[in-house]
Ligand binder design. Sequence first.
Ligand SMILES: [Zn+2]
Length: 181
Amino acid sequence: MTDPSDLRLRQYPDPILRERAEPVDEVDDRVRGLARRMIEIMREADGIGLAAQQVGLTIRVFVCDVPADPDASETDGVVTGTDGPMVCINPEFVDASDERSPFDEGCLSLPGLRGDVIRPEVVTLKALDAEGRPFEVRGGGLLARCWQHETDHLDGVLIIDRMTQMSRLKNRRKLRELERA
Ligand SMILES: [Zn+2]
């Protein structure tokens, strides 16, 4: 059993980042303790999202804390921010918009790298909260992007796999540096 205090941020090329996480069977105090520690680590690193693999766990859990976009109108029930830290367990997308857009993404596990990733603009996320209660929420903007980025982590997928060709070339040297470090 993992002690939450043992968790630390993992960086590329740590092989755990390429592992596929397993669904959580039961949302218990142990899972809640790990999620709480993940929120702390995310905050310490000034991140807006953090997935289990990034702290050395292979459970389908991510946390995020995204401020709402003050310019976005929350019509059509699309939310753009979290109301404080959000815990998502066994997340899946039940819907994604046809509209896709590029956005300059970074990742706490890939320090110094940034690049354009094209993703659906609006997605509907289904998951369990920290109490094990199911919820479904439609998100847009940075929030939708964060959910997709974190869910990718749970499948062992990193932004370097999804970046545009141009961004991939631009980051090639930085990536080699991380591989050699
Ligand atoms: Zn990341």
